[in-house]
Ligand binder design. Structure first.
Ligand code: CP
Ligand code: NVA
Length: 308
């Protein structure tokens, strides 16, 4: 059965660890893995803007011996109404995998439902699971583990990053806290799925609204833009989320060895102060680089029959 990666818990805890081990090995031996030798092609489709995802998948597929076919989906026939399923049927006969950044989770699920080659979620409105693999790799590099660590996420608790931290962090055995106000709290279905996953890994999930309490003892402090791609109501969102800014006061309340992550792009002095983002605890540039290694590992794992 073809394995896809549409959301964080599509990998079991053991599989996630396997991918992260491979990512670590690949970072040390960057050109030593060539599953796409041939070369095979991987389609990388974008319905939304991207810098990191576009670059890291393109570079990574090349380093794996393959050819990246990067398409702005809007300029393909999908942009004129060709169905997702028909597009999948055309792609699957020519490419080794399909990577797609789109809006609705149901769109990528539709692609996967007919594709005989792996489909990878490069961000939807609901999840950003490739980002979380890179974040977990960054956490492992600093702490040597993920299990048992506390991660505090601030701001828009209802967006793709919050949901993926909940699911992916729980899979990694972390204690995930989402600190967000009313109206910006996680989807209850995803929260309860994350709680279920956490039960099996020794992790936990919690939603809090006190920024200091959320930071207490946290080894990982993280946030994301307050206005995700496709969202309206910028002024209202900024007003509601300002008390949840990641700043020096939050970092003072966190663990002494706490690190700061941000998936980027960052909006300094909104969700995070420049002092913190550009400060000594920030690992955001390692995190951005790890997109490359983590995604290479994921693609390698998927196309070489991972999980079977
Ligand atoms: N973090 C992230 O996915 O960045 P891009 O939107 O630039 O790809
Ligand atoms: N939540 C953000 C993440 C960007 C990488 C967005 O969806 O725009």
């Amino acid at each position: 059965m073809t394995r896809h990666f549409l959301k964080d818990d599509d990998l079991t805890p053991a599989e996630q660890a396997e991918v992260l081990d491979l990512a670590e090995a690949m970072k040390k031996d960057r050109f030593g893995y060539r599953p796409f030798e041939g070369p095979k092609t991987v389609a990388v489709l974008f319905d939304k803007h991207s810098t990191r995802t576009r670059v890291s998948f393109s570079v990574g597929i090349g380093e794996l011996g393959g050819l990246p076919l990067v398409l702005d989906a809007g300029s393909s026939q999908m942009g004129r109404g060709e169905s997702i399923e028909d597009t999948a049927r055309v792609l699957e006969r020519q490419v080794a995998a399909i990577v797609w950044r789109t809006a609705g989770q149901e769109r990528i699920e539709a692609m996967a439902s007919v594709s005989s080659v792996p489909v990878v979620n490069a961000l939807t409105d609901s999840y950003h699971p490739c980002q979380i693999l890179a974040d977990l790799q960054t956490v492992r590099e600093r702490f040597g583990r993920t299990a048992g660590l506390t991660l505090a996420y601030y701001g828009d608790g209802a967006n793709n990053m919050a949901h993926s931290y909940l699911l992916g962090g729980a899979t990694a055995g972390m204690h995930v806290r989402v600190c967000a106000p009313d109206g910006y709290r996680p989807d209850p279905v995803i929260l309860s799925r994350a709680a279920e996953v956490a039960e099996g890994t020794g992790g936990s999930v919690a939603v809090l609204d006190d920024p200091r309490a959320a930071a207490e003892g946290a080894q990982v402090v993280t946030t994301d833009t307050w206005v995700s791609m496709g969202q309206d109501g910028k002024d209202e969102r900024i007003a509601a989320l300002m008390p949840y800014q990641v700043n020096a006061a939050v970092m003072d309340a966190a663990a002494d060895d706490a690190i700061v992550l941000h998936c980027l792009p960052a909006y300094r002095e909104l969700e995070i102060t420049a002092e913190v983002l550009d400060g000594p605890r920030s690992l955001v540039w390692d995190q951005a680089e790890n997109r490359l290694h983590a995604q290479k590992a994921l693609l390698h794992w998927l196309v070489t029959g991972g999980g079977s």
